[in-house]
Ligand binder design. Structure first.
Ligand SMILES: *Cc1c(COP(=O)(O)O)cnc(C)c1O
Length: 480
C-alpha cells in the first residue's frame, strides 16, 4: 500500500505540470495576449495571401518546448502563410470573420470544459445553444416547434438536414435509384458530398437549367417533376440556395416553396452564405418564402463573423431528425428525461459536443443586433462601391448582385479567358488582397466576396489599386 502511494505521488510530481499555478497561468496568458495584440495591430493591413509553404519543423517532440518558441512557430508558419482568414483583404471564396468576443467565449469554454451534448450534463450550455437556435427560428420565421443544432459548419448542417429528408421519405433500398432530387448546378458541393455520405449516391440528381442570372426556375422544376412522376420515379426533394457561393444569388424561395408544398416534396434551403442578409430592410424581400423550407442551413461563421467552427441547421420535423440521431446507450441511462429540453446530441451525430453556442451567443449579447446589421449593410454598399470602381477601370461586371458576391472580367478582344487567367495569376502573386476566380458558362471571371467584418472602404480602395497594378502588368506583359 505504502509503495503504491509513493509511486502515485512520484507520478504526480510530473503530471502536476498539466495544472499550472496562478503565476504560471499569468505568464502564459500574458504571452498569448501579447501575441494576439500584435497580431491584431497589423491584421487590417497585412498581405492577405502568401503562396509560401510550411518550411519549419512542426512535428511533435517527446520533450517540452516553451510557449514563446511555439508562438513563434505559429506566427511564421500559420499566420503568415496561405490565405489570412482574419485579414480585411480576404475577398475570396466566402470570407469568414473572427470576432474577438468569440475568441474570448472559446477561451471560457475551454477553461470550464462545459459540454453541450446533453441537458443533464450542462443545462446552462444547452440552454445557451437553444437560445441561439430560438433566435434563429425567430429570424427565419420558423415555428418554435422546429428543432435545430449548432454544427461545426454548413457542410455538417446540410448533412443533418438531408439525412432528415431521407428518413422522412424513407429513401432506402430499392427506392434509392428511383428517387429524384432537384437542384441547381450552383449548389454548394457539400450537398453532393453529404448525399454520398448518407447513402444516397445513387439517387437521381436533376441539375435544373438556370435563368441568365443563375437562379432556379420553378416552372422548369414543375415540368421535370411531372415527367419523372409519369416515368414512375419518386421525386422527393428540392434544394434551393439563398446566396450561392459562386454568384451570390438567391433562388426564388417562395415560388419553390409553394411548388414543394403542392407536390408534397421536402424543401431544403442552403443559406449558409446569404442567410443573415434577411436582417436588412433592403435585402429581406429576397428571403420571402424562406419559412416554407422543411430544413434550413445558415453559417454564423460567415454572416455573423464568428471564427470558423460554427454552422446551424433548423428542421421542422423533429421525428425526422431524431430518427437517425437519437439513440440511447445503457451507460447514458441517467441522462434520459422527458421533462428536459431536447438534447443537442439527439439532433446531431456528435455526442461530446463542443459548447459552440457561447461563441455566437456572447457577441450577439455583448454588442446587440444593430452592430451586426450595420456591418452586413456596409458589406452590401462596399460591393456596389467596388463594382463602380471596377467599371471605371474598364472591367465588365456581372449583373446587379443580390447580396455581397459579384464578379468581373476584363473584356480582352482576342483572348478573354487567357487574359483574365493571367490577371488572376498576377493577383495571387501580388497577394495584398485575396480574390478567387470561377467559370460561369465557360467564361473565366474573377469573384469578389465581401463578408469579413474587417473589410472597410480603405480595404476596397486597396483592392482596386492592386487590381489596377496587376492589370497594367499583365497588359504590358511584365508578368511571366
Ligand atoms: C460555405 C458554404 C457551405 C459549406 O459550409 P462550411 O461551413 O464551409 O462547411 C455550404 N453552402 C454554402 C452556400 C456555402 O457558402
Amino acid at each position: 500500500m505504502q509503495e503504491l502511494q509513493d509511486k502515485i505521488k512520484a507520478l504526480n510530481k510530473v503530471s502536476g505540470k498539466l495544472e499550472p499555478s496562478q503565476d504560471q497561468r499569468q505568464g502564459l496568458i500574458t504571452e498569448a495576449h501579447s501575441f494576439a495584440d500584435s497580431f491584431l495591430a497589423k491584421v487590417a493591413s497585412m498581405p492577405t495571401y502568401s503562396g509560401a509553404s510550411v518550411d519549419r519543423d512542426m512535428s511533435i517532440k517527446a520533450e517540452a518546448i516553451p510557449l514563446s518558441q511555439l508562438l513563434d512557430l505559429f506566427k511564421t508558419e500559420v499566420t503568415e502563410k496561405g490565405i489570412q482568414p482574419a485579414s480585411a483583404g480576404h475577398l475570396g471564396y466566402i470570407p469568414g470573420g473572427g470576432l474577438y468576443a468569440s475568441a474570448l467565449a472559446d477561451y471560457l469554454v475551454g477553461v470550464t470544459n462545459e459540454y453541450a451534448g446533453v441537458h443533464f450534463a450542462s443545462p446552462g450550455a444547452v440552454a445557451i445553444e437553444h437560445a441561439v437556435l430560438d433566435w434563429l427560428k425567430a429570424v427565419f420565421s420558423f415555428p418554435t416547434s422546429a428543432v435545430g443544432n449548432l454544427t461545426s459548419g454548413g457542410s455538417i448542417a446540410n448533412l443533418i438536414a438531408l439525412t432528415a429528408a431521407r428518413d422522412k421519405y424513407g429513401i432506402k433500398n430499392e427506392l434509392i435509384p428511383k428517387s429524384v432530387i432537384y437542384l441547381s448546378e450552383q449548389v454548394h458541393h457539400c450537398i453532393q458530398k453529404a448525399l454520398r455520405i448518407i447513402g444516397l449516391e445513387d439517387v437521381i440528381i436533376r441539375e435544373i437549367p438556370l435563368d441568365e442570372e443563375f437562379r432556379l426556375q420553378p416552372q422548369v422544376i414543375a415540368e421535370a417533376i411531372a415527367a419523372d412522376r409519369a416515368a414512375g420515379l419518386n421525386p422527393f426533394m428540392v434544394i434551393a440556395s439563398a446566396g450561392t457561393t459562386d454568384t451570390g444569388v438567391v433562388d426564388p424561395l417562395k415560388a419553390l416553396g409553394e411548388l414543394c408544398q403542392a407536390e408534397g416534396l421536402w424543401y431544403h434551403i442552403d443559406a449558409a452564405y446569404g442567410g443573415f442578409f434577411i436582417l436588412l430592410e433592403q435585402t429581406k424581400a429576397l428571403f420571402d418564402g424562406i419559412a416554407l423550407a422543411d430544413s434550413l442551413v445558415v453559417d454564423p461563421h460567415k454572416g455573423l463573423f464568428i471564427p470558423y467552427g460554427v454552422g446551424a441547421v433548423l428542421v421542422k420535423d423533429k421525428a425526422a431528425v431524431m430518427h437517425s440521431n437519437h439513440y440511447t446507450a445503457n451507460y447514458m441511462q441517467d441522462t434520459i428525461s422527458d421533462a428536459h429540453p431536447l438534447n443537442p446530441a439527439d439532433v446531431s451525430p456528435e455526442l461530446s459536443k463542443h459548447f459552440r453556442g457561447l461563441r455566437v451567443w456572447l457577441p450577439l449579447q455583448l454588442y446587440g443586433l444593430e452592430v451586426f446589421k450595420a456591418c452586413l449593410e456596409e458589406k452590401l454598399l462596399l460591393t456596389h462601391y467596388m463594382r463602380q470602381k471596377l467599371t471605371d477601370l474598364g472591367f465588365e461586371i456581372g449583373p446587379e448582385p443580390d447580396l455581397s458576391v459579384s464578379y468581373f472580367w476584363y473584356p480582352h478582344p482576342t483572348d478573354p479567358n487567357g487574359f483574365n487567367q493571367r490577371l488572376m495569376d498576377a493577383l495571387m502573386a501580388d497577394g495584398d488582397v485575396f480574390l478567387s476566380s470561377t467559370r460561369l458558362n465557360g467564361r473565366f471571371v474573377i469573384r469578389i466576396a465581401l463578408l469579413s467584418f474587417r473589410t472597410k472602404l480603405e480595404t476596397v480602395d486597396r483592392a482596386v489599386r492592386m487590381i489596377e497594378r496587376c492589370l497594367r502588368n499583365v497588359e504590358f506583359g511584365n508578368v511571366e
